[in-house]
Design a protein around this ligand. Structure first.
Ligand SMILES: Nc1ncnc2c1ncn2[C@@H]1O[C@H](COP(=O)(O)OP(=O)(O)O)[C@@H](O)[C@H]1O
Ligand SMILES: [Mg+2]
Length: 256
């Protein structure tokens, strides 16, 4: 309750200083509850992400981080709650409508198509763009030059880190205004992890995108996150600016 009160104060405080266009692109999820069968997996979770900020959702394996992102994206049915983006309610809307309205999603484990080429993988991301251009924006290749070099290679031939870059590129082809990113650093080599971090920074700080990032690696979260939300057993147990993520919270709720 206290955390939510604080969160809503932050929202109100920001509202007065934000421009009309940035208010439009705010993600506001409130009191989300989700069940797998009888198991109450997500318990009254609320999150807000403003344009230009990276909010990091943290917590041990199995606490519900992925399920929460899937709930926001409409990939699992929710029992209750609200999912407002740019002032519009999406909680009952299917995933394609959320994507068409500017919400990008990079699933955990990348889930690229191994037999399609890099270019074909990127084009699958364009499928939701009804009636609009079907070209891959050149910006994707500016962000990830390796995808241009490898555009004719099969997805399955790429390294894990390159596949992660491909998965992020595929989510960015629709030029989303909010990106949900599930553990992009998992199982990939350190140099690509920092390149991905720099892309997140560029997207948020220079292009004004909002990012909700699921991340278990503490140094990465601290370096690229503006705020954190700590989850345990389906609920939010702590939240604040990244500087408020104390060692006590880390040892209590994260495995390090
Ligand atoms: N499709 C599913 N059906 C039933 N239970 C699931 C399913 N996916 C995940 N779970 C369970 O829900 C809980 C949360 O999982 P998940 O959201 O993947 O956690 P995290 O991403 O934090 O590791 C876990 O107990 C997991 O076993
Ligand atoms: Mg997960």
């Amino acid at each position: 309750m206290v955390a939510e009160a604080l969160e809503s104060t932050v929202v109100k405080k920001n509202e007065s200083t934000r421009s009309a266009s940035s208010v439009r692109d705010e993600l506001l999820a409130q009191h989300i509850n989700q069940y797998y069968g009888l198991s109450h997996t997500i318990r009254d979770m609320s999150v807000s992400v403003s344009p230009g900020e990276c909010v990091v959702l943290m917590g041990r394996n199995g606490v519900g981080k992925t399920t929460f992102l899937k709930s926001l994206m409409g990939l699992v049915p929710v029992a209750s709650g609200e999912m407002i983006f740019a002032g519009e309610q999406f909680i009952e809307k299917p995933v394609e409508i959320r994507a068409q309205n500017g919400i990008g999603y990079v699933p955990q484990g990348r889930q690229i198509f191994p037999l399609l080429t890099v270019e074909e993988n990127l084009k699958t991301g364009l499928a939701v763009r009804r009636g609009q251009t079907r070209e891959i924006p050149s910006k994707i290749f500016d962000l990830f030059p390796v995808l241009h070099e490898m555009r004719s290679r099969r997805g399955g031939d790429l390294s894990g880190g390159q596949q992660q870059q491909l998965a992020i590129g595929r989510a960015l082809v629709i030029e989303p205004r909010m990106l949900l990113l599930d553990e992009p650093s998992e199982g990939i080599q350190p140099n690509i992890v920092s390149q991905i971090g720099e892309v997140i920074q560029l997207l948020t700080k220079e292009q004004g995108l909002g990012v909700l990032l699921v991340e278990q690696k503490l140094p990465f979260a601290r370096r690229f996150g503006d705020r954190f939300i700590l989850m345990d057993r389906g609920s939010s147990v702590a939240r604040g600016s990244m500087g408020e993520l104390t060692e006590d919270l880390v040892s209590e709720h994260l495995s390090v």
